[in-house]
Design a protein around this ligand. Sequence first.
Ligand SMILES: [Zn+2]
Length: 489
Amino acid sequence: MRNLRAQLISILAGGIALFAISLIKANEIELPEIGDRSGATISPEQERDIGREFMRQLHNSVTIIDDPEIATYLQSLGYQLVANSDNRGQEFTFFIVQDSTINAFAAPGGYVGVHSELIKNTRTESELAAVMAHEIAHVTQHHLARAFEQGSRLSLPMAAAIVAAILLGMGTQNPDAGFAGMMAAQAGAAQLQINFTRSNEEEADRIGMQTLIRAGFDPFAMPAFFERLEQVSRYYGPEPPEFLSTHPVTRNRIADATGRAEALVTTPQLTARNQLQFYLMRSKLQVLTSDDKKQTVEQFSQALKTGRYLNEESARYGYALALTRAGNQNEARQQILQLLKKDTDNLAYLLVLAQIETAAGYFETAFEIYQKTLALYPNNYTVIINYASALLQGHQPHKARDLLKKQAQPGRGTVRIYHLLAKAEEEMGNRAESHRWLAEYYYYIGQIGMAIKQLQLANKAVGSNFYERSKIEARLRQLQTEATGKKNS
Ligand SMILES: [Zn+2]
């Protein structure tokens, strides 16, 4: 394992050295004007392929927070910005990486990652939106893709590995960072050559600000967040937060952002966007990313006692979540019922209540809550995922399968459904079906090799049913063609 990796790294490092040289040249060439794609040698399809491959590698090296409620929230916030950006047709995927450094990054093809620690350091939804708008602008302006134009002879995995090395930067303190992290270490000096240029950063700030305002967020959030980052960086000493090492915050940058905000906002026309969901998801993230369950309970309890919180409801919600996670279902229930008294149909609260009843072993009560919630929010992905998980825990795999099957629609945003379907089938003893769903799961997270393996297992398990076997074989052929097609491109 180690040897193979070491070999790969030395091959790739050689590639990077070559690549860095061509980039130094590229920097001397004038970059095309904004929006001018005439000089581009990299196609949108290539960008998308690099992005997909980057995501596949990323899945192996970092933890992506797959909580459907948080993911849905981030995706909807992102799309409110995209709808007001300079390229509304571009497809985007927004996701959160569990990481204790402050960072955000954007890969070709519209893959925008935000570190959990960055979100924990925001104080308003507009601050988070400001960072995302900046990253969206890097994508719509094809900044990273342009850096590749000189290096387009690179193979796809190599291009993606370099993207990972650039974007994840010095994230090598973590020895488990895996391939991308080691790549970054090897890339070393080369990476400095291919960081976004200062003019890219300036452009992303400027265009990001326009998007932010058009989408109805507070433009002053951008300088405010930069300012806070600068303060935070003083505590870090010589090692600044990741976002700062790739995005240095200077007095100039803060002043520029403030100036732009003042110039662009004639009359503040902020959308009356309900910020509650931002605060709730921020609390949830705090709970999910903490290792110390008792300490988290204590933190929220103290916040409520002293009134030191950004938002009272979200502090109580975080408290309830922390309590149920620490096993104190009775106190958790009391807290969430208090919130539900004032806000009876709140989706986040109903989900926690159902989660508490499941954890307490009151499955029938939990199922009733889920049914009521599903009636209020029909076809809601998060409700379906949570309800199905609870049904599985309560040993009702048939019901779980029926619920999930109604919702199973292919897509990269709904992969959890396939995973749960595989579990349900497994519990019912249908091994072939279970492997088939797992294959779809792997396929949609970009692990095509694993998907093929699962289909082969399904083929072995299916027995003599001709109809079932031909379905599996057809899908297998499809994926094999796709896999070889990729290798040759
Ligand atoms: Zn940037």
